[in-house]
Structure formats: structure tokens, C-alpha cells
Design a protein around this ligand. Sequence first.
Ligand code: SF4
Ligand code: SF4
Length: 441
Amino acid sequence: MIISRPVSGVIRTRRNIVQAILLGLFFISPWIVMPSGTRFIQLDIPARRFHFLGSFYIPQEGIILFLMLLTLGLSLFFFTSLIGRVWCGWACPQTIYIDVFDFFGRLVLGKKYGKQDAPKAGVFAVHLVWILVSLFASFHWVAYFAGSYEMFDDITKLNFADKSYPYILGFFTIAMYLDMGYVREQFCKYACPYARFQTILMDEHSYNITYDYKRGEPRRNKKEKIGDCVSCNMCLVVCPTGIDIREGMQIGCIACGKCADACTIVMAKENKPTLIDYFSLNQIAEGEKKIKWIRPRTLIYGSLLLIVVSSALFKLGTRIPLSVKTVADPTIEPSFIDQKTLRQLYKVKLYNISYSTQNLKISAFTVDGNRELTVRTGNTENIYSINSGEVIDERIILELDVTEQEKSYKSVPIVLHVTETNNPSIHVERKIPLSIPLFKN
Ligand code: SF4
Ligand code: SF4
């Protein structure tokens, strides 16, 4: 495990700000309660609900989740092609927590942190603090699923009967401690899948942490000095993954920019600009002044991202918090109850996916809307009062006076309407067939 030397600079300061904001969001989000009393964000797996921003989503709305995941994936593609491994250096939890754990290491051990001759008691104290940090971070991670207030209540009352999350919390705490205490950069270098395919997402125009070999090479060799690089190796000793950026782009580089800050300090003493900074490969190789932001791959990734984000926003904007499933009752055949009245039974499943009670009225019309069907349900008004998150399964009878011409069809298409009586904007329509029986009266 590498404990790299700290370095200050412009990139470090900016990363500190970004990381502080991301950590703040991570730790605060599970505690936020919306004005309506619901959770800002929580994935309640036992209840199979995803609470977010005052609504909750169910697995049947998988298209929204799919579009959100696609947005994340395409964002990674788009931003990597534009600005390299920005995710790794600025937002990846692995990178952020390496900085957090180093912060606590230095807080406890001072300058002895990471040194061979550090006092044993101090090293023990660092590991103790790391375990507590792992527990604290894991608590918040698990809180996104189990609920922060419920977990806090259980822990303060030591009430863990029938609870499974303590095992998950224990597992995450141990995993995080082992990762941060012993694995660290090995994960980035050998296990991270993103590191493997980032090279195919970038090209010679991507704006990434890069060494200016044209100015730097040939680097100083003993007293002989030709290029600007003075071979101080500061870029190497501050690197958290232990790589030498002067050897070119490598899978191990997480684009944290520490080498750039280090080289800025070294080069300032020579009155020269840094040799390592955000450059594109073409800026160095061809001396291009401007970054070519608009390229086929950025256009393709950007367009796809725009389409997916627009679709996700459209789906969210037009979302109706009611799920309606219909299926013809297979146990009872459709039949004519007299010369012209066709009757068929349907099963209807109504799922209230809002936080308030819904009073749902069921009605049905022919597709042209000219004829209303008789709908017979378990209650005379055809209105069902369904509590938040409640599902009801109902059998309904649909009756329609069909014409002689319709009798010759296989089925008559009709539209089932389910409407919230107090809020007509909650309205779902399902087009279903009313089957004509084979043997007509
Ligand atoms: S080479 Fe530079 S940017 Fe890459 S990981 Fe090392 S210090 Fe960070
Ligand atoms: S910090 Fe700069 S000058 Fe020093 S070795 Fe690295 S590239 Fe060369």
C-alpha cells in the first residue's frame, strides 16, 4: 500500500472543494426528510420501493431506473472523451476516501504518518480511527437502504431483533477498512473495470493530466541538463498509485493532479511553467493551441446523452403515480347474456404509487368514445379507496351492447379508464379487447 506525500496547489484546492461537497451530499442525503414527511432518498428493498424527491418508484417503473443508469453510463463516456479520467480523480469514492483516510492518518501521526519509524502505538491509533471512519461511512451507505433514523434508533436502543442490516453494516465496515488500510491503489490498478476501458474512450484530443515530454525531455541526467525536467522525482513521490507519469498514459493513473501540483512548485523555482498539467496529447505532440472539443466521438456521446436525459426527464415529467394492470379472466369465457349484450370478466390490479390515498373510479368506453360500457365491480359506485402503497386485485364485469357487424369480429377493442376522483390528472387508460365468443346465441 502506498501512502503518498501530500502536496498543495491549485488542483488540490479545487479537488478539496469538490470532494467536500460530494462527501457532504453523501452524509447529509439519508437524513433529509421532505416537507411531506417522506425521505429525500431511500432504496427500501423489502418494500421494493425507491423513495426520491417526494415520490416513490416501484420495480414496474424500471424504464425510469434504466434511463437513469443509462444517463450515468453515457455521462461517463461523454466526460471521459472530453476531460479524461475526471471521475477517477475528482469523484470516485475510492479516491476520495484515500484522501479522507490519509487526512486522519496525518491528524494522528503528524509527519510520522506513512514512515517506517512511526511509533507502534500511533499506528495502532490510526487503524482504530480508520475502523471508526469505516463504520461511520458504512452506516451512511447502509442508511440509503435501511433508513438513517430507524438505524440510529435501533443502535441507541440496542434493538437488533429481526434486523439484517447489522450484518451488512459489519461487512461493509470490514471491507472498507481492509480496502483503505491495505488495498488502496491496487484496486485502481488491477480491479477497477473503468480503468480498463477508459483508454478506448479517450483520444489524442482528450483534456487530461499529461506530461509535456517535448519540453521536459531529455530530462536531467546527473549534472547534464538538456530538457526542462530536473529529475527531482517529486511527481513520482506524490503519486498515490506510484506511477511515473513521464512514462506516458497508464492504467494506474487516476488523474488526481497531484503530480501537476508538485511539478508546478518545482518549476516555479526555475521560473518556468509546469511540465505536468491538463493538456491534450495533440497540444503537446502537434503544438495545437486550442483543444478540439467537438469531435465525432464527443458529438455521438453527447447526442446520445441528450436523448437519454430528455427521455428520462419526459418520463419523470409525465409520470402518473398509479399502476394499472389488466388481464382477461381465463377461468370464465366471454358470453352473450342476451341477443346483443356481450359480457366478459377482467382482472384488474391497481397499485397506488403515491403517498396519499387515491379514490379510483373505473369506467370503460368503446374506442371511439361513443358508447359507455356497463362496469360491474364489487362496489356500486365503481370507486376504490386505496391507501398509499396499497395494491388491490379486483375482478370486474364488462358489458357492451354490440352491433351485428361487431358480432362477426373476433373482438371489440375498448378502453378502460381509471381516474382519481379528487385529482383527474391521475388518469390511466388501457386499451383491451372484448372477445366475441365462438358460439353466439
Ligand atoms: S500520475 Fe499524477 S495524476 Fe496520475 S495518479 Fe499519479 S499523481 Fe495522480
Ligand atoms: S516534478 Fe516535474 S521536474 Fe520533477 S521529475 Fe517530475 S516532471 Fe520532472
